[in-house]
Design a protein around this ligand. Sequence first.
Ligand code: VJV
Ligand code: CA
Ligand code: ZN
Length: 410
Amino acid sequence: SNGITRPKGHKVSFHYNSQVEDMHFGKTHPMKPWRLTLTKHLVLAYGLQHTMETHLALPATSAQVQAFHDPDYVQFLSEVSPQTFKALCTQPRYQKFIPAKHDPPYDAVELGPFNLSTSPGADCPVFDGMSTYLFLYTGATLAATNQLLTSQSDIAISWSGGLHHAHKAEASGFCYINDIVLSILDLLHLFPRVLYIDIDVHHGDGVEEAFQRQPRVMTLSYHRYGPYDETGHRFFPGTGSLDDNGLKGTVGEHFALNVPIPSGIDDRQYKYLFESITSRAIDAYKPKAIVLQCGADSLGGDRLGQFNINIKQHGECVSFVKKQGLPLLILGGGGYTARNVARAWCHETALATDNGSNLPDKIPIDLIPRPQAFTGRAHGDGQLFPKFQRDHKNDCVDSELEMMVKRLEW
Ligand code: VJV
Ligand code: CA
Ligand code: ZN
């Protein structure tokens, strides 16, 4: 009735459990699970639930998580809470995971095993309900993956997933369980080659590392990368240079691609890089399935990001990948200016269901669940939030971007 239609010729499923919304990493921690509440409400307000299957996610099991992660780490994560943390830390089996000593600025927070901490400034804090949160976002991504494996969906969406920094036995950068690695391991049971694409502003280091010896997975990350700052650090996590191409001397060499980008990249420049490099990668690699991590911290105005990308261009990356017509898993990731995360991910949900141009700027009033929370404009017209959008110094030189594309041609 409001112009929203079902997609023609393909099936989309949306995997989510609202329980993840109630979690708090800490008072001023940048990661806000309630951005997922905003996303969900915007999706519902536009009636997009009628264009796809909505699946209530169940928690992943410890056995599923152990397909990638260390059993000791999984055990710890399944038991940890602010109440149990201290006692768990003293258990003998976890001693070898406690770092002896760490370098600044990491010494500002006291670290327990697995890079976990109860200090307020920690990247990976231990918080109330944390186990529930971790196993639920993983469960959502694995259910989405299963939809693709069984051909029940052509596109499966899991906005609470996409946590690309987690390692085998270590949390990193707000990520605890690497749902992406677990998903790709499942996809490899059926698909001979899987392409992973990561448009989060941060390097997808955890996924790249997990498959650095694996030619059946190609990882391709676009991210902010730059020189050392005054404090002796690079933009997090500091990896992902152009020369980082998979583990040298193994069959996995050449099956990781990295596109390091200076601050302030705009829509035109990002489109040029993304479309030329992604299409070359797909032509050469011929993947049978694609996993797309859609971190929204690459948007202009993000609290942590340093790009000037609009929602429209972010969405065009999704459309470009969708156009390939391969089984597609769409994941969330970073995104620290909550209202923009919701706008972007709702817009991309609409793109997945062929409703990209059907979202009016104003939400149909009778569909608004909580009127005061939104003022529409989910679809992005390239003019969103001008006062936030172009506030990063543009260090991107066209000729350098062009050279990068040339270097990545093979
Ligand atoms: O830059 C870092 C590491 C430090 C050490 C830890 N301190 C807290 C910050 C500097 C070197 N970490 C990054 C991690 C970014 C993770 C991005 C995750 C994703 O989007 O790629 C996928 C979901 C970082 N940048 C900013 C912060 N940490 C940060 C952490 C806080 C904070 C403010 C900024 C943690 C707690 C609080 N404030 C209260
Ligand atoms: Ca990235
Ligand atoms: Zn990020």
